[in-house]
Write a protein that binds this ligand. Sequence first.
Ligand SMILES: [Mg+2]
Length: 278
Amino acid sequence: MSSRGRDKERQLDKVVQSRDESPVREQLVKALDEEGVTSAIYFDNSEKHLEEVGESCKNILLVHVNESKDVPGIDIDESPALRELVYELGPNRYIQTLRQKHRRIALKYDDPESARVRVRYDVLSGINENQLEQLSYWLRHSRSIPGQKAVIFDWDRTLTKTEGIPDVEKQLLKEQDAGQNVTAELRTLREDMLKFVCGGVERLQALRHSFSVINSYGAKIIVLTNNGGCGKKRQFEEWVKQLFYPIPIRIVCSRPFQGDKGKTLGADRSFKMICVSH
Ligand SMILES: [Mg+2]
């Protein structure tokens, strides 16, 4: 090949390389990301929070998730629904550790009543199958481009079926702080906890399937919660991340806004296109 021919080939190489780097695509993705969310769907069991978001934001489809009016602590060995769930789960590290914790308290205070394990579990609550179908319909048919769609989930009694989660990680975290590798034990304990608080293996799998569908559409996932552990308790973030793993999510806490989820979204840069800031 002549030297002129080789020069031409090198030039062509450059053109092809610059096409491969797709600067236009990168710029576009960056620009769209800066523009933020242009449409969203939001699931919450609290009508109050749905109203708050409805008042501050437009183009967010509000979905009211079932709940019971009150959520008293119920004994996992007395409530028929919980007995069934515990039986269905079989050997479960989370429930075992929870029982041990209560037995220790009962012994320490010589109070047999404390050995009973009570959780604020709401049988009626949590996103159900119809709502997950509604979500997949929304993903297919809402008009925003995928990267500008967001799916927002409340945590307690929306993703989970409990109000708060009794924490049994103290011992393992102590060992971790002392330099021991307890990663595998923590993962098992948290997985067993998720099976319980999400109402069983079947519902947990259905949720995770939906998360992968959302992710395959390129929509963003946000957990918007007023849970007291959000931003404060170090495990809270780990629990949420493990539910969604390996799908990336963002956790947004509404506590700094007195629990007002509309104001919370209004103050979030990603929602500047559709929510007003107060
Ligand atoms: Mg809730």
